[in-house]
Design a protein around this ligand. Structure first.
Ligand SMILES: C[S@@+](CC[C@H](N)C(=O)[O-])C[C@H]1O[C@@H](n2cnc3c(N)ncnc32)[C@H](O)[C@@H]1O
Length: 380
């Protein structure tokens, strides 16, 4: 039986909420992490999860982009009296472990974070004072504390129906921040080469995590565009390769999408983007290719395919058509089944060998026929 001795609070950003579950599962699988999900309502920003150890918790935090921060759980309850009873009892039963963090040579800081209800600084201090029974001997250090304790209150998800009392009250010790700094680091605002369809940094990073990109993986995006997914995959250590039907896009000669820019700079390219983020060594190449005509050697095998395909063009059409009917006609004329082209990533014989495929696709593609045509092996 697993020993899930380490209880944690996971605090998520309340954005792309559906991605957080799948990111969590993917990272757990990628690192081989064992866990027990205590929380039932996964749309809430605070989850309680049990891991076998602090090390496991830190491993998850080292890659999660959905995660704001992770804490060792000291107390959790749905009412304030229960919360304080549990915190008192935690202090009694974990005396030795807590002594390390509460000793006189360990400075500390308590932060109050409330979700869906605002409190003044004074009210926050009052909340901290309700925990004056904590046997903390260290000095307060608001700037550079050795131990950070966090008191969290969840006041529902609906700003128009804030409950009279908090739904969840949680308290714990900060273990680590998630990787949300990467969203700013890779922001499109400052990226060298972008286009109208460039995917924002947060989604790209979440997708790379869902595709479980590992250091040294070979990662391919068959609809590479300006390469946003390659950027995030490379940031996580993948060697990246892309293809796109649009010559102008691949050569960064398409019309600039920044209002302030009239012509593209000479050195704009996907490669330049990777260089900008310090991962030039992960760049393999980008090719002009129609993905419905696979050009890959049968022996080539990618670790992950990660792609964002919202519209497909065909190389026999006028090149501008994003129109579904025209597109379907183009492919049926060439003997392709339009639905399997939609899912050619999955149906094409070369793709069947891939370990992991992650494709952001419209809901409308999820027809019973398409779903039935998906290969089961390695599909995400
Ligand atoms: C949604 S965009 C991808 C955006 C990309 N993730 C980025 O960050 O820039 C889809 C791309 O698919 C390409 N595309 C459409 N049909 C294609 C086809 N049959 N083969 C290869 N690329 C295709 C388009 O030229 C476009 O660049």
């Amino acid at each position: 039986m697993l020993n899930m001795a380490f209880k944690c609070i996971l605090w998520f950003a309340q954005e792309h909420v559906n991605f957080r579950i799948s990111e969590f599962e993917s990272l757990a699988k990628m690192f081989g992490l064992q866990f027990r999900l205590v929380s039932q309502q996964l749309l809430k920003p605070f989850w309680i999860v049990e891991f076998p150890s602090e090390k496991t918790a830190l491993q998850y935090a080292s890659r999660s982009v959905a995660l704001r921060a992770i804490f060792e759980l000291y107390s959790y309850a749905n009412t304030l009296p229960d919360f304080h009873n549990r915190l008192r009892s935690h202090v009694d039963t974990h005396h030795n472990e807590l002594a390390r963090h509460f000793s006189s040579d360990s400075s500390f800081k308590i932060t109050v974070e409330t979700y869906n209800k605002h409190f003044s600084q004074r009210e926050k201090v009052e909340k901290i004072e309700t925990m004056d029974y904590l046997p903390i001997e260290g000095a307060v250090d608001l700037k550079n504390p050795r131990v950070e304790l966090w008191y969290l209150e969840f006041w529902g998800l609906d700003p128009k129906a804030v409950p009279p009392v908090p739904e969840d009250i949680l308290f714990g010790r900060l273990l680590a921040q998630g990787q949300r700094h990467l969203i700013k680091d890779l922001s499109l605002k400052k990226r060298k080469f972008i286009g109208n369809t460039s995917m924002d940094a947060q989604l790209s990073l979440l997708m790379a995590n869902q595709a479980m990109v590992r250091d040294g993986d070979l990662v391919f995006d068959p609809f590479v565009g300006t390469g946003s997914l390659l950027v995030s995959a490379a940031k996580f250590g993948g060697y990246v390769l892309g293809a796109d039907i649009d010559y102008m896009m691949v050569h960064a000669q398409c019309r600039p999408s920044r209002i302030s820019q009239r012509i593209r700079e000479k050195d704009e390219s996907i490669r330049a983007n990777l260089k900008q983020y310090g991962c030039a060594d992960r760049y393999m190449d980008v090719l002009v290719a129609d993905f419905s005509n696979p050009l890959w050697h049968p022996r080539l095998s990618f670790d992950s395919i990660i792609t964002d395909r919202s519209s497909i063009r065909n190389s026999r059409g006028n090149g501008k058509s994003e129109n579904k009917k025209e597109w379907e006609r183009g492919h049926t004329q060439r003997g392709h089944d339009p639905l399997s082209i939609h899912f050619a990533l999955l149906a094409a014989e070369l793709v069947l060998r891939f370990a992991r495929v992650f494709c952001k696709a419209p809901e409308t593609w999820r027809t019973p026929r398409v779903l039935a045509s998906l290969p089961s092996r390695g599909l995400r």
